[in-house]
Design a protein. Structure first.
Length: 230
């Protein structure tokens, strides 16, 4: 009797977990990511017939028709190097997609993950790197950075050409004096920078819902490579 109860409990947990992890689709949103939009060549590559881009069917670390294995995360520089040195399916011109290209895979019809799962199986509902730099990376996620956006405690004072814009938010302040601040317009020091090549942030897409964010390039996230044309 106890064994039977244990068996039923384990099966219930498995089914409940499977249900919770299942992709959710919205019937009221037009589905522009149907299977017939894509051509699966059966060699690990897929053509998007709408954009004419060729994608790797699996993210890095996974392989086979069902994309099995252990997925690998990379920081942004590692992802670029991977793409530059990558040869797959008789092509050696693979690259990291820009944020617009990556966004073309993100289905607004479904979420968790927001992608056609029959074409791109085992895609994590997580962040993926794009090649696009965030040249003005004043980002709302500052938990580990020099500018802390604790809204209840701080103020932001931006000194620009002898004038200042001050946002007072209770008691403390973060000041961007150009020569001294950790939030600085100097290209070598800044996370707020108009020089794309010197920015320390780049854009990612989260395949939970298709949202985009800008993050520090030193962080590790997933990668799916692309190439142009046939």
């Amino acid at each position: 009797m106890k064994k039977t109860i244990l068996f039923l409990t384990i099966n219930f947990i498995f089914l409940a977990t499977h249900y919770l992890l299942a992709q959710v689709c919205k019937d009221y949103v037009p589905n522009e990511w149907r299977d017939n939009r894509y051509t699966d060549y059966g060699n690990g590559t897929v053509i998007d017939n709408k954009t004419t881009l060729m994608w790797k069917k699996c993210i890095q670390g996974l392989s086979g028709n069902n994309c099995e294995g252990t997925s690998i995360k990379y920081n942004w520089e590692e992802a670029l190097q991977l793409a530059n040195n990558h040869s797959f399916a008789s092509h050696d011109d693979w690259r990291l997609p820009n944020i617009k290209e990556l966004g073309s895979l993100a289905s607004h019809h479904c979420y968790e993950p927001s992608i056609n799962e029959s074409i791109f199986p085992n895609t994590p509902s997580d962040y993926f790197w794009s090649s696009s730099p965030d040249s003005l990376s004043l980002n709302s996620r500052f938990s580990n950075s020099s500018l802390n956006s604790q809204v209840n405690n701080s103020s932001l004072n931006l000194q620009v050409n002898n004038s200042s814009v001050n946002l007072q938010l209770n008691n403390s302040s973060v000041n961007s004096q150009v020569n001294n601040s950790s939030l600085n317009s100097q290209p070598n020091n800044s996370s707020l920078n108009s020089q794309p090549n010197n920015s320390s942030y780049s854009w990612l897409l989260r395949f939970y819902s298709g949202s985009i964010s800008s993050y520090d390039r030193s962080k590790d996230y997933y990668v799916r490579l692309v190439r142009s044309g046939q």
